[in-house]
Design a protein around this ligand. Structure first.
Ligand code: FAD
Length: 473
């Protein structure tokens, strides 16, 4: 008998377990041809390229252990898939769905090309807890506010039987004319010192995603509710890059945490709701496909943003003279990740105190975060700059001194990333410019020399932001 083959196209689902497309395909065909296409037209940041390279190596090795081979390509997926189909005996093509406008358009076209060649084409939800089109409010439209959205989603999830069955998958060991190696993708430059720094903090790949979840449950989960706001404590899961690349599924994280008896209900509820924000971001992106570029609240098209490349560069480099902002920006550059509370603080500072366009922040984050994600990043930036759907009102402007004093009370977070402030008293760690000359001498510290003076006056720029907001209200 002739064996039947099916293609599984890996995208942001770089895992073998709990993968609905692989599972479904394995029931239909004798052998699965696993492919990855580096889509040259898709947006990807520099740090993400590093993660992707490591993740592909890990996936390649896992498939090899199952006697198969991950076939790698680079170029236009439409052309590559068409050429594979012409030269092989494939009966099915399958993938897990993505929800950003570029992927939706591309995948819809590819699906129609595949089915027009009489090959079955299937797609699945392997990325979100609930897909955007399935979640509707009582009036039949989509939710624009998180709390009722999540209440509704959580009810659905608690009713679902999400158990995945483990089955044996046979991977093909195919060769294609135009396939390349992971190294040929040139995703990273080995000499890059910056990448060498990031490497110390993360180990990408499916098995490490599971370890990260285990570590979260055993060491952090029972302190999450309060601890998640403390950048000086390591109490969040740091699962975001693993979830972005699909090395672990959101459903697996949800279920594992949900059934874990050792986690108390309050902490459990809070964590699951945070996971819900990830889905909510895609819910927004699905219904506002322009939101990566344009504000959801159209009145913000007329907002008087300022252009100031000097201030933008000081923000990038963590040299604004505001300790918690600088610590966050340096944490990002050093580790490829920034604590959520600090993402909000640096975002508010950029868009409100500096009055720079939120796209400046969105682009920098997208290039430097290991978890850079079109959905969560654009939703995060629209939220913090006040122009999103479920927006915190524009006039709620974070005071970085008070935020620092509340969430980094001993200044440990600031000191870790801004060592220039190591020796000054705790009282001044979030506002060193307020030290008297006498104190500066005493602690061998000089504002403007040892550490920059603030590039803007916080009170003045707060008022300026409020006046700017009035012009569009
Ligand atoms: P945990 O607190 O352990 O949360 C568990 C998971 O829930 C996270 O891994 C993440 O997948 C999800 N999650 C938690 N908070 C949020 C949130 N507010 N929005 C969406 N999902 C959330 N997250 C990204 O994954 N990619 C981004 O590009 C991104 N950009 C952001 C930009 C701004 C301006 C802001 C304010 C937030 C952004 N976030 C982004 C959301 C959030 O900061 C990160 O998901 C979180 O810090 C990741 O750390 P963690 O895995 O330890 O989170």
């Amino acid at each position: 008998m002739v064996a039947t083959y099916g293609i599984h196209w890996f995208r942001q689902d770089l895992r073998l377990q709990e993968n609905p497309s692989l599972l479904s395909l394995s029931k239909k065909v004798d052998q699965i041809i696993p492919i990855y296409i580096f889509d040259l037209n898709q947006r990807i940041g520099s740090t993400s390229k590093w993660w992707l390279e490591k993740s592909l190596i890990s996936l390649y090795d896992s498939i090899q252990k199952h006697n198969g081979k991950l076939n790698i390509f680079a170029g236009d997926p439409e052309k590559i898939i068409s050429s594979i189909l012409k030269n092989s005996n494939v009966k099915y093509v399958s993938w897990n769905r993505l929800y950003d406008p570029y992927s939706i358009k591309r995948d819809t076209k590819i699906k129609s090309i595949v089915t027009s060649s009489k090959i079955e084409c299937d797609s699945h939800n392997g990325y979100l807890l609930n897909e955007p089109w399935n979640i509707k409010n009582k009036s039949g439209t989509f939710f624009k506010v998180f709390t009722p959205y999540w209440r509704h989603c959580d009810e659905i999830l608690k009713l679902k039987d999400n158990k995945f069955k483990k089955i044996k998958i046979n991977y093909a060991n195919s060769k294609f004319k135009n396939e390349i190696t992971i190294q040929d993708l040139n995703l990273t430059n080995k000499k890059d010192q910056w990448i060498k720094k990031i490497e110390k903090y993360w180990i990408p790949g499916e098995s490490n995603a599971k370890l990260q979840l285990k570590k979260y449950i055993s060491q952090k989960a029972n302190n999450y509710s309060v601890g998640r706001d403390r950048p000086d404590k390591d109490l969040t899961s740091k699962l975001s890059p693993y979830l972005h690349f699909g090395e672990i599924s959101a459903l697996e994280v949800y279920d594992t945490v949900n059934i874990e008896k050792k986690i108390d209900p309050e902490n459990k509820k809070k964590f699951l709701a945070e996971l819900g924000w990830r889905d909510f971001s895609y819910n927004l992106l699905f219904h506002y496909p322009d939101m990566i570029e344009k504000p959801i609240q159209t009145k913000f098209n007329k907002f008087p943003w300022i252009k100031n490349t000097k201030n933008l560069s000081l923000w990038h480099n963590g040299k604004t003279g505001i300790p918690i902002v600088d610590a966050g920006m340096r944490q990002l550059y050093k580790t490829g990740w920034m604590h959520n509370r600090v993402r909000m603080i640096v975002g508010s500072f950029l868009t409100k105190n500096l009055l720079l366009h939120w796209k400046n922040g969105e682009e920098w984050f997208f290039d430097t975060l290991v978890d850079a994600d079109v959905g969560s990043n654009s939703a995060g930036w629209q939220w913090i700059s006040g122009c999103g759907a479920d927006a915190s009102p524009y006039f709620r402007i974070f005071n970085p001194i008070l935020q620092g004093q509340k969430f980094d009370p001993d200044g440990d977070y600031v000191k870790e990333f801004v060592p220039e402030l190591n020796n000054i008293p705790k009282k001044y760690i979030h506002n060193p410019w307020e030290m008297s000359m006498e104190d500066q001498k005493k602690y061998n510290f000089e504002i403007g020399t040892s550490y920059p003076a603030p590039i803007v006056d916080l009170k003045e720029t707060r008022n300026r932001a409020l006046s700017a907001f009035k012009t569009i209200s």
